[in-house]
Ligand binder design. Structure first.
Ligand SMILES: Nc1nc2c(c(=O)[nH]1)N[C@H]1C(S)=C(S)[C@@H](COP(=O)(O)O)O[C@H]1N2
Ligand SMILES: [Mo]
Length: 452
């Protein structure tokens, strides 16, 4: 009987966490849901997770255990005949553990436990496209980039000229999709349902965008950049823009904003925008234009595809979650919010009975800011302990952290990680500041660990 119940509840959590939640905790309208888990609910939950919930009394009622909560959901639900669960990527040169969030356009994320390297290998680097992926360039050296608009002299440079004329730089920097963490919003926000895997930290080589803008000579009227690439709209209609975002001239002129041709010391792969792309670190990945062919310097804020209404914008004053939103209350998302991940062990790790020390590793980053600290909790946030936090290699690098956590007994644990940025802002327990397209979702990362 117990065995049967255990399996059915586990299945229910996998297939329909909300309904499972209602089974364990009662109806959503039930006032007894406020407070903490106890009694029959705790018993059912214990059976479902497969071990005593050691800090059960601290577990907030209504919390879907980490053991079931986080599975990347594909954008289109699988057909009935297909197996359930995440769909894994099959793509030349890419790790098969990447999870496909969408096929048209191709979007794939890196589960947190694959972000366990100091430098994210190209094989594990997430993929985000808005349109069709162009054919790989036959002769990368002759790739052309033009710089025009509010400049003294329009430039037209080949990649070979760019490499010869300007001083190359290499930095390890995080590239993060603006929608990273979107899946944590309730109610669900529109777009790819990223967990924390719409990010990676790699070595980028290129020239400073600032050097190229300086060579063109920015006029005093220069306000904003506008980026264009060669990828075609999904519909195939050449009149439609796939994506065209930009940044204020001050951001473009930062020394770490690069026009890059190499990723981890190799020519930039086509899927990542090769032969030439922008890397605008700390800001939504959409500013880091792939297959870069033109930079138009404008005398006002750019208004291309992805710059308007709710795209890459967040609410200025909080709005009603799930509401329509008033575009006048929205501002462009610039620096990305602070985030931490636990990269080892993986969610759902099973450890031998008697294990009393748990080694953990992870990473944290904070858009334009640095990470000041990363703390861990194994009692649902009742108490916190510090981790050992490494220094960034250069600005915009992520910071790796490590910790050894003592476990009081066998049983089911959740480890929660919370980073705090250099301005003192920490990750929230639950993603707030809901917005229609789900930007800024940076709630604490948590993993389930079962001992014994
Ligand atoms: N030309 C072009 N550049 C683009 C995109 C795109 O669709 N087309 N997507 C942007 C978005 S939304 C992100 S998050 C990053 C993803 O880069 P990656 O695929 O190399 O990980 O590329 C950005 N640059
Ligand atoms: Mo993105």
């Amino acid at each position: 009987m117990a065995g049967k119940q255990e399996r059915s509840l586990e299945e229910l959590y996998r297939d329909d966490p909300e309904r499972a939640d209602a089974v364990v905790f009662g109806r959503r309208t039930d006032v007894s849901r406020r407070g903490f888990l106890g009694g029959a609910g705790l018993g059912a939950m214990t059976a479902a997770v497969g071990g005593t919930i050691v800090y059960g009394p601290s577990m907030p009622a209504g919390l879907v255990p980490a053991a079931f909560a986080q599975e990347a959901k594909p954008a289109t639900p699988p057909a009935a005949a297909e197996p359930k669960g995440p769909q894994h990527l099959r793509f030349p040169g890419k790790d098969e553990s990447l999870v496909v969030l969408g096929e048209k356009p191709l979007v794939a994320e890196t589960p947190e436990h694959l972000l366990d390297d100091e430098t994210t290998p190209t094989a594990k680097f997430f993929i985000r496209n808005n349109g069709q992926v162009p054919e790989a360039a036959k002769d990368p050296g002759s790739w052309k980039l033009s710089v025009d608009g509010e400049v003294d002299s329009k430039l037209e440079l080949t990649l070979a000229e760019l490499q010869k004329r300007f001083q190359p730089k290499t930095y390890r920097m995080v590239l993060e999709c603006g929608g990273n963490g979107r899946s944590f919003f309730t109610p669900q926000a529109r777009g790819n349902q990223w967990t924390n895997g719409g990010a990676g930290c790699a070595e980028w080589t290129g020239v400073a965008l600032a050097d190229v803008l300086k060579a063109a000579g920015l006029k005093s009227s220069a306000v904003y950049t506008a980026h264009y690439g060669t990828d075609v709209h999904l519909s195939g209609d050449p009149a439609k823009e796939t994506l065209s975002r930009g940044v204020p001239v001050a951001k473009a002129n930062e020394p770490h904003s690069l026009i890059a041709w190499a990723l981890n010391g190799e020519p930039l792969p086509n899927i990542h925008g090769g032969p030439l792309r922008l890397v605008i670190p700390g800001w939504p990945g959409s500013a880091s234009h792939k297959w870069l062919s033109r930079i138009w310097v404008r005398d006002k804020e750019h208004d291309g595809q992805g710059m308007k209404s709710f795209s890459y914008r967040v609410a200025i004053n909080p709005m009603v979650p799930g509401g329509k939103g008033d575009p006048a209350n929205f501002r462009i998302l610039e620096s990305m919010p602070v985030r931490s991940i636990i990269s080892s062990p993986a969610n759902g790790a099973k450890l031998a009975a008697g294990t009393r020390e748990l080694r953990l590793r992870g990473a944290a980053w904070a858009g334009d800011l640095e990470v000041r600290r990363v703390d861990l909790s194994i009692d649902y946030g009742a108490t916190w302990m510090p981790t050992e936090l490494g220094a960034p290699k250069n600005r915009y690098d992520w910071q790796r952290w490590a910790a050894v956590v003592k476990l009081p007994s066998d049983g089911y644990f959740e480890v929660w990680s919370r980073a705090t940025d250099s301005a003192g802002k920490s990750q929230p327990h639950v993603s707030g500041s809901w917005n229609p397209q789900g930007y800024g979702g940076n709630q604490m990362h948590r993993i389930a660990v079962l001992v014994g």
